[in-house]
Design a binder for this molecule. Sequence first.
Ligand code: 13P
Ligand code: SF4
Length: 333
Amino acid sequence: MNDLKKDTLKELGYLDMEIDPALDIFEEIKKLKKEKNAVVLAHYYQEPDIQDIADYIGDSLGLAQNAERTEADIIVFAGVHFMAETAKILNPNKKVLLPDLKAGCSLSDSCPPHLFKSFKDKHPEHLVISYINCSAGIKALSDIICTSSNAQLIVESLPKDQKIIFAPDKNLGGYINKKTGRDMLLWNGACMVHELFSFEKITRLKERHPEAKVIAHPECEESVLSLADFIGSTSQLLKYTEKNSSDVYIVATEAGILHQMQLNAPKKTFIAAPPDNACACNDCPHMKLNTLEKLYLCMKYELPEIIMDEELRIAAKKPIDRMLSLSKQLGLS
Ligand code: 13P
Ligand code: SF4
């Protein structure tokens, strides 16, 4: 956040504002959406209240596609910074708001553009595919963006002998290497939430629930993925739990997705896979910085807003456009 924005927010009292507890925030948000022609796009990892008030809930690909299509004047992005930034890259003339500008991403942070540029310069024959969980600076250094929904298809759409750098997630990259038989060079980044799932604890849980299916996001480490009956993006995991006949699932991804799983299949049981951390929770601390209260305030004051350098935006848009048109060709729209 730049200092000017911070000052504006402080002046507004937004940073430590108290909301009248009698206020029906759900109703207020609905009113603001209409008044301002605003759309609320939310990721599955957002808290349940935010998911319930959103106009669209989805994975990173679905969110980018919706951000590209929307006719709203204001996009309120209930997700993390790289997601809102992607929406802004696609919509330079719309206002894009993020309830908490500090909602970052450990995976994105694990790939600073200046270091990545030196790495890329050492491999001039390689094409760069970057996972959407990266900054605009990394996108601008990439040839194609992908998400966990389309990574495999995008890699497979390239000639077999094409040399590829995959950034920033070594776990997703490793998983795609295994699935496609490629040998992509991997940037050594990872997601702090998905890296913490414990092979030992999930194995023990599986013994206690032998009927359960283990489902995992490809950002998890290889050892955890080896326990999974199904691996996929958040929307693919959700679809699997709807269609699959099992009644019990051990879910190795951020716990926010359990809300939609439970709503879509109320009779099924969903167990959050246990991580190896002190609090034993698998919430993403970045995603969970957004709250319903901050969402309301951000819509009311139209702050904080994503502001981008135009040159960077144009450079970052190219590989996103390539992903969106490839996804369309591949039937992923
Ligand atoms: P998807 O929802 O695209 O699977 O991404 C998961 C994630 O970690 C987003 O930060
Ligand atoms: Fe980033 Fe991981 Fe949080 Fe997703 S879950 S926003 S990849 S830190």
